[in-house]
Ligand binder design. Structure first.
Ligand SMILES: NC(=O)c1ccc[n+]([C@@H]2O[C@H](COP(=O)([O-])OP(=O)(O)OC[C@H]3O[C@@H](n4cnc5c(N)ncnc54)[C@H](OP(=O)(O)O)[C@@H]3O)[C@@H](O)[C@H]2O)c1
Length: 179
């Protein structure tokens, strides 16, 4: 999972983000690039176009919904299966060719399926989530969507990077399930 939240777990405002933090999108891009990104339909609408360089998988209950450059699924389970299939295809392509197609296969990390929000989809994905890339912004914003499925006590900190920009403090956490 990858999300950014404020000190009250706020993540959204009126269909968009409550803040603009220069550099935060670049960090999001660096973590997710080359990996399948799974998102709720409202999060897709808030972005408005497919994220380049990543398979975009959108979950909606509306079987009629479509958008150019994205794969559409009617359940989270089907979307995760679609993301796994993507990695299977990458692996079989690289078996048949000397050309490397995916950065993930060159790391010692297992391939990651990235759930990128919003709150609705995260609620359902939380039980199967093993790692969270969580940006914590040390400020209280106004908004209307919260990362309410997240509990600090369920997670241990693998790494953290503290940042400060114009007096605003924010931290990039990597969290894994507490034992
Ligand atoms: N701060 C962050 O890191 C971050 C990240 C992502 C999003 N956001 C913000 O969060 C807000 C959007 O989040 P949200 O919670 O309102 O919506 P969301 O989770 O992005 O999308 C909800 C929609 O996804 C579909 N959906 C969700 N679960 C499903 C399931 N199990 N099976 C089938 N379809 C399912 C449904 O689409 P249909 O209605 O089409 O059926 C549902 O209405 C925006 O403000 C966005 O900017 C913030």
């Amino acid at each position: 999972m990858m999300l950014a939240m404020d000190k009250n777990k706020l993540i959204g405002k009126e269909g968009g983000m409550p803040w603009h933090i220069p550099g935060e999108m670049a960090y999001f891009k660096s973590v997710t690039m080359g990996k399948p990104v799974v998102m709720g339909r409202k999060t897709y609408d808030s972005i408005g176009k497919p994220l380049p360089g990543r398979p975009n998988l959108v979950v909606t209950r509306n079987a009629e919904w479509s958008a150019d450059g994205v794969q559409v699924y009617t359940s989270l389970d089907l979307a995760i299966a679609g993301a796994v299939e993507y990695y299977d295809l990458q692996a079989s392509n690289s078996d048949n060719s000397t050309i490397a197609h995916n950065t993930a296969e060159h790391t010692t990390e297992p391939p990651e399926v990235m759930i990128i929000g919003g709150a609705g989809l995260c609620r359902e994905a939380m039980p199967v989530t093993q790692r969270i890339y969580l940006t914590h912004i040390d400020h209280a914003y106004e908004g209307d969507i919260w990362f309410d499925s997240f509990e600090w006590n369920d997670w241990q900190i693998v790494s953290r990077k503290d940042n400060e920009l114009d007096g605003l403090k924010f931290t990039y956490f990597v969290l894994e399930r507490a034992a």
